[in-house]
Design a protein around this ligand. Structure first.
Ligand code: F6P
Length: 362
């Protein structure tokens, strides 16, 4: 029997379990394969003793409808910059990737499937360069991987954000208020853009377009002058005003700052500028990452899981599964992690939004 190791890395995302199930089912039905899951990304392999579980068809029955990941995940397990305590009790980042590859080989794994986002697939590429038989499955609610037209989880996140937005519209209208909905989106504003169009926002603020606070205030005032009586704003957590930094906290275990709070900063700045209507803020946060994946995401995740097993079976290592032009295919991990899927300012949804009067604060 050949041994296949599966892991989920980075932030979780609706659809991860559907990928795991599809891999286990495809490999089991194909015959000749035993599938294992490393708990919390590569931490299950790195830890001593290892935390690796056997995944058979029984373990994965019915999990495609569940949020989260049955093999857990972490964004603190980068083997290229692994947090290790030094003799003074301080955290130091060490590259332990060589030892990791050796350990995976010693454990007799023939191949690895890494289900993860941009950061995880950069790790996959490095491990591939070090001789590991690895393939990637793209995962992120942010939809920020350029090699694939869509990532599973994104559609569910947009639906959750859109439902929240709809609820805020009615309360904004009742109170004649400005409501700000802060959604996820570190460097790419896809969730905010889709939510703004789906919900009918007046203002949409995304990381790709630094906003002018005066423009935002002007747009708010125009709405009230027109007698509309309320304003709904959707802002991505990674958005920032011109000449200002992203809002968040430093995380000693991560290379990224922990974003969050830009909605409240925007409220305060607008109030300081004399915005007359009352402003309230709702931060959606991790609600967007949890719960049942929508049917579309379950289907995409299942197709990607199956395709990743095909790559393993055909020994096409160093590849990442992707969805391009309505077909499941693959791209090299190198190519897949070179460019980031920013919202292109010529994108048809940016043009659509502008055409129907949504302001980007520019
Ligand atoms: O990458 C997906 C994402 O949802 C980002 O939008 C967000 O900044 C990040 O994960 C938050 O991750 P966590 O709070 O789990 O560290």
């Amino acid at each position: 029997m050949k041994k296949l190791l599966v892991l989920t890395g980075g932030g979780d995302c609706p659809g991860l379990n559907a990928v795991i199930r599809a891999i286990v089912k495809s490999a089991t039905l194909d015959g000749g394969w035993e599938v294992y899951g490393s708990k919390e990304a590569f931490n299950g392999v790195i830890s001593d003793p290892v935390d690796i579980v056997r995944l058979s068809s029984n373990e994965v029955g019915g999990i495609h409808v569940k949020g989260g990941t049955i093999i857990k995940t972490t964004n603190k397990g980068n083997p290229l910059a692994y947090p290790v305590k030094n003799d003074h009790g301080e955290i130091e980042m060490k590259d332990i990737s060589g030892t990791l590859v050796e350990k995976i080989k010693k454990l007799n794994f023939d191949a690895v499937i890494n289900i993860g986002g941009d950061g995880s697939q950069k790790i996959s590429q490095k491990l591939f360069e070090k001789g590991l038989n690895i393939v990637g499955v793209p995962k992120t609610i942010d939809n920020d991987l350029s090699a694939t037209d869509l990532t599973f989880g994104f559609t569910t996140a947009v639906q959750i954000a859109s439902d929240a937005f709809d609820k805020l519209v009615t309360t904004a209208s009742s109170h004649h208020r400005v409501m700000i909905l802060e959604v996820m989106g570190r460097d790419a504003g896809w969730i905010a853009l889709h939510t703004a169009i789906s919900g009918g926002a007046e203002i949409c603020l995304i990381p790709e377009i630094p906003f002018d606070l005066n423009e935002v205030l002007t747009k708010i005032n125009q709405r009230y002058d027109q007698g509309k009586g309320f304003v709904n704003i959707v802002i991505a957590e990674g958005a920032r005003a011109i000449n200002q930094e992203q809002i968040g906290k430093i995380d000693q275990y991560s290379e990224h700052i922990k974003l969050g709070g830009v909605g409240n900063t925007l409220r305060k700045q607008l109030e300081d500028m004399g915005c007359e209507p009352e402003i309230r803020v709702a931060i959606l946060g991790h609600i967007q990452r949890g719960g049942t994946p929508m049917a579309f995401d379950r289907i995409l995740a299942t197709a990607m899981g199956k395709a990743s097993f095909d790559l393993v079976k055909n020994q096409q290592f160093g590849q990442m599964v992707c969805l391009k032009n309505n077909t499941i295919s693959s791209a090299s991990l190198k190519e897949a992690t070179e460019d980031y899927n920013f919202v292109n300012l010529d994108h048809y949804l940016i043009k659509t939004a502008r055409a129907i009067g949504i302001s980007f604060g520019d």
